[in-house]
Design a protein around this ligand. Structure first.
Ligand SMILES: [Zn+2]
Length: 448
């Protein structure tokens, strides 16, 4: 499997005779193009082949018959697990929880976690994902990795790292991947605590979740109040940091939107007021909120038999309560011109780190997107939703060279994204990208 590599001299290069899959909403392809990538990792020029002049020292790559496309962006990842079933739906005793927490937060635990997420991030990169946002980490391991990548010690995707999310005591993610708070003041303080640790994303739990619920009906039940989430948004927005909300019921989505969150994760059936708030949200950082439907985290839990999934009755029951709403909101958002992004909830049960392409496939099959629109969502729309549209998300002069080279046009055949031939991140090529597949999981995911 391709590993994150250490520092390497960047070599300027030019991809010649490529078809460019632009990632626009119509799926426009530009034929027989050249893409010049400078030594500082930027796209220097995009123009028809042959170039009038290729500067000396540029490595020439013949991309005849290949498609060059913007790298994928995954707006919702967890790096601590690989996508095999998580044991949810069981009530752990406080003693067991305490012992487990001591281990993961010990110096040795941190070293292990740092090593583990280096592996999961490598898988994401090797599967063509050049920008990620983590939304719920054990500690600040994603912040540490992001800093090493940004310092050019390692080759990896551009990262927004949230650290632990914020939740009510005993709420979604608490205590393993959340900090708890029970008043607006405390929510503000916890936000500050994360920002002081260097996070550049914030996540709140507006409702309960599926994976860690201990009761039927917990997924989607309202948790953080609008006032608490508004305090988080105020604090985060002051530092220019976007806020994501885990929300799996209409009440939760509405409270989070009113509080001013910038992205809703998962979603639920929308009414006119919510649709209006997505399109024009005065309390959000940029005046709008986006939806990340994360169908990848929901559909397998209701489409595959419980026995094959290896999940508890509680996880299955809660999935059945919320997944319909997720699918409906994705459709409604698409119909109403709401910005729909691609996030998969990697690391959750049956969401391998290499399966970002599946979310695009689900948007087509379950939410009425065209393949071109789904690819657009994973690139240009996601870049804008995450505030990166000036640096990534398209094959344009001046942007970072975050590119994938594919056998086919992803706006026609999404599955070609499962097997990129070359991944380039900030101008650094990952030759022969490769991931380790879980064949049994792939087989079950292919079955519906
Ligand atoms: Zn998540």
């Amino acid at each position: 499997m391709g590993r994150l590599q250490g520092r390497k001299e960047r070599e300027p290069f030019v991809l010649e005779h490529a078809s460019i899959a632009t990632g626009d909403e119509k799926g426009t392809v530009q034929k027989d193009m050249s893409v010049l990538v400078s030594a500082d990792g930027r796209i220097e020029q995009v123009c028809p082949t042959p170039l009038a002049y290729v500067p000396s020292g540029y490595h020439r790559i013949n991309a005849t018959g290949k498609f060059v496309a913007p790298g994928l962006i995954n707006a919702h990842t967890h790096l601590f697990a690989d996508g095999k079933p998580l044991s949810g739906g069981t009530d752990l005793s406080p003693r067991v929880v305490d012992a487990a927490l001591k281990v993961v937060h010990s110096p040795a635990g941190r070293v292990l976690m740092d090593a583990r997420i280096k592996g999961t991030v490598s898988t994401l990169l090797n599967s063509g994902v050049t920008t990620i946002r983590t939304l719920g980490d054990v500690g600040y391991e994603a912040v540490r990795l992001r800093d090493r990548i940004d310092a050019d010690e390692l080759t990896g995707p551009r990262m927004l790292a949230a650290g632990p999310l914020l939740a009510i005591p005993g709420g979604h993610g608490d205590p393993f991947i959340a900090l708890s708070c029970s008043s607006p003041e405390e929510a503000r303080r916890r936000t500050r605590e994360n920002l002081d640790h260097g996070v550049n994303a914030i996540k709140v739990a507006a409702t309960g979740g599926v994976t860690d619920a201990t009761k039927l009906g917990e997924a989607g039940s309202p948790q953080m109040t609008e006032e608490e989430m508004a305090a988080v948004c105020d604090e985060a927005h002051e530092f220019g940091v976007l806020v994501a909300a885990h929300a799996q019921s209409p009440e939760g989505v509405k409270a989070a939107l009113k509080a001013g969150v910038d992205t809703i994760e998962h979603g639920s059936v929308l009414d006119d007021e919510m649709i209006g708030l997505f399109l024009d949200n005065p309390r959000s950082l940029r005046g709008f909120s986006a939806l990340d439907p994360t169908l990848s985290a929901g559909l397998p839990l209701v489409k595959i038999s419980q026995q094959e999934l290896g999940i508890s009755d509680i996880v299955r029951g809660n999935s059945e309560l919320v997944v319909d709403g997720m699918v409906k909101s994705a459709k409604q958002a698409h119909e109403n011109g709401i910005a729909v992004g691609v996030g998969t909830d990697t690391g959750m049960t049956f969401v391998p780190q290499y399966g970002t392409w599946r979310e695009l496939d689900y948007l087509v099959r379950y939410a009425d997107f065209t393949p071109a629109q789904a690819f657009h969502a994973a690139t240009q729309v996601n870049a804008r939703n995450l505030g990166f549209d000036n640096v990534t998300g398209s094959v344009d002069t001046g942007k970072d060279a975050d590119l994938i080279v594919l056998d086919e046009d992803p706006a026609k055949n999404i599955r070609t994204l499962a097997d990129p031939k070359l991944v380039i991140v900030r101008g650094k090529p990952v030759w022969r990208p490769e991931v380790k597949h879980f064949e049994e999981i792939d087989r079950l995911l292919d079955s519906f």
